[in-house]
Unconditional design. Sequence first.
Length: 232
Amino acid sequence: MSVLFLTGILVAPYTPAGKTRRKVYEFMRVRILEGRVPSVREVQKAFGFRAVQSAHRHLQALVDEGLLVRSRGRRSRAYRLPWNADPAQLSFADTWVPLLGRVQAGALTTALEDPEGYLAIAKRTASTANLFALRIRGESMRKAGIFDGDIVIVHRQSEAESGDIVVAFVGDEATVKRFSLSRGRVRLLPENDDFEPIIPKTDDFFLLGKVVEVRRYLPGSGGPPLREVARS
């Protein structure tokens, strides 16, 4: 009997409806938390359903059970997890990284380091202790596929190679740019012709980290599910 592997989930054809629905839920949950909300047709293709209506039925059943929420409208990627979902049940994730607010991807602005909450990330082979997330504001990196409102996952490190996309402090302000080092001179390059490169003075420059992932949440998706910050 043929089987299909997807995102760590084993799917066998002709499984009972309840088991298939659970696998659909696990598939949706993983993809939503990774910031890649599947369309109904992607669910159909992933599970080998002969008709798109089969995928619709499973998704609607998950909505009826309160496991998924469907935003209003006819968008095919309008599903999200309910905000009251228990983060402890998000078993695919082995860690939660702090979402530290916004960092500029245009003109420099004061960096915000007041965590909004904690964002789940999927299992990785490398250590996750040095990872954090930031919201992007601005359009200077759009040619690199980083847009206003996106969330970037950043690995905290003090060194980078030319061509890396980094989060850098210049004085007390932070920005996201492409890192360039030539003849000992650092340049922070935008990916938008409307912006100028930043050439910081050595004493004012500090590399905070390297961008390793970009997440985008579609309008109406509700944004990323977050674990709340404990307040004293």
